[in-house]
Design a protein around this ligand. Structure first.
Ligand SMILES: CC(C)(COP(=O)(O)OP(=O)(O)OC[C@H]1O[C@@H](n2cnc3c(N)ncnc32)[C@H](O)[C@@H]1OP(=O)(O)O)[C@@H](O)C(=O)NCCC(=O)NCCS
Length: 228
């Protein structure tokens, strides 16, 4: 396995680092939990992550879900060996190492319809650890890393994905468009959001609660940030 160029991120309650082959069993549990949650709570605005989503009436659904988990880990390994590396598909863990989710960001822009897309953020959290702020905390850690290089991040969500939309808005994202289908939607519609660096830092609790020296320093860093 190639050495990682990613320095693990420690947030107040989490560690964000590389996936390991040994994550397979736990990731499989999470994928089953996500599909079960989607079966039971779609009406409340819960959408599964397309990466693990297998329709309820699919024959041999369990095998299909396991297959998707394998593909996910193979992709993570392939991306880790990219040269230069673009995709950071990261594991989200509790301090004791337990895997509870994922956050992925593209550090090199993607070209779509002649337009550059920055970041193309993705994430999921084990529903058993949902609604504790873990997904937002992990995403904030990774996006802070991204904003050392860029000033704007592009992200999409299925229009019915209430929880993803809330997360995006929580980190300062604003809906700027809608697409019937796009590469990230895998043929499904997508609400298109942008997160601007200044709005991201304004949305961080410590920035709202401590309008002091730390804020001045962060705002200075924003002002001095890249021009992209
Ligand atoms: C999208 C997804 C990650 C959001 O998960 P989530 O549990 O809603 O998000 P968080 O973990 O950040 O939790 C946020 C909630 O926890 C609450 N919370 C509870 N305790 C908290 C604490 N100690 N600190 C912070 N927030 C806390 C927050 O208030 C918030 O709830 P609210 O929106 O009602 O205010 C999840 O729904 C998911 O995995 N979906 C499937 C995959 C998916 O759709 N991915 C997106 C593809 S674009």
């Amino acid at each position: 396995m190639q050495k990682s160029d990613f320095i693990p991120i420690a947030t107040p309650r989490l560690i964000v680092d590389e996936f390991k082959t040994s994550d397979y069993a736990r990731l499989q549990e999470i994928a089953f939990n996500i599909n079960r949650n989607a079966d039971e709570h779609a009406a409340e605005g819960y959408c599964p992550f397309y990466t693990f989503q297998v329709d309820k009436d699919t024959p041999n659904r369990d095998i299909a879900i396991r297959q998707k988990v394998s593909e996910f880990l193979i992709k993570a390994e392939r991306e880790r060996n990219q040269e230069p590396r673009s995709t950071y598909r990261m594991a989200v863990r509790l301090p004791d190492g337990k895997l509870i989710g994922n956050a992925t960001v593209d550090m090199l822009p993607i070209e779509e319809d002649g337009k550059k897309i920055y970041g193309d953020l993705g994430y999921f959290i084990d529903p058993q650890y949902g609604e504790h702020g873990y997904a937002t905390e992990a995403v904030r850690g990774l996006v802070h890393h991204f904003f050392k290089k860029y000033k704007k991040l592009d992200i999409t969500a299925h229009p019915a994905n209430k929880f993803s939309r809330k997360l995006i808005e929580r980190i300062g994202g604003v809906q700027v468009g809608y697409k019937e289908a796009s590469h990230y939607g895998h043929g499904e519609p997508r609400a298109v959001f942008e997160v601007h660096k200044a709005d991201f830092y304004r949305s961080c609790a410590f920035n709202r609660q401590m309008p002091n020296l730390l804020t001045i320093l962060i705002n200075r860093q924003i002002a001095q940030g890249g021009k992209k």
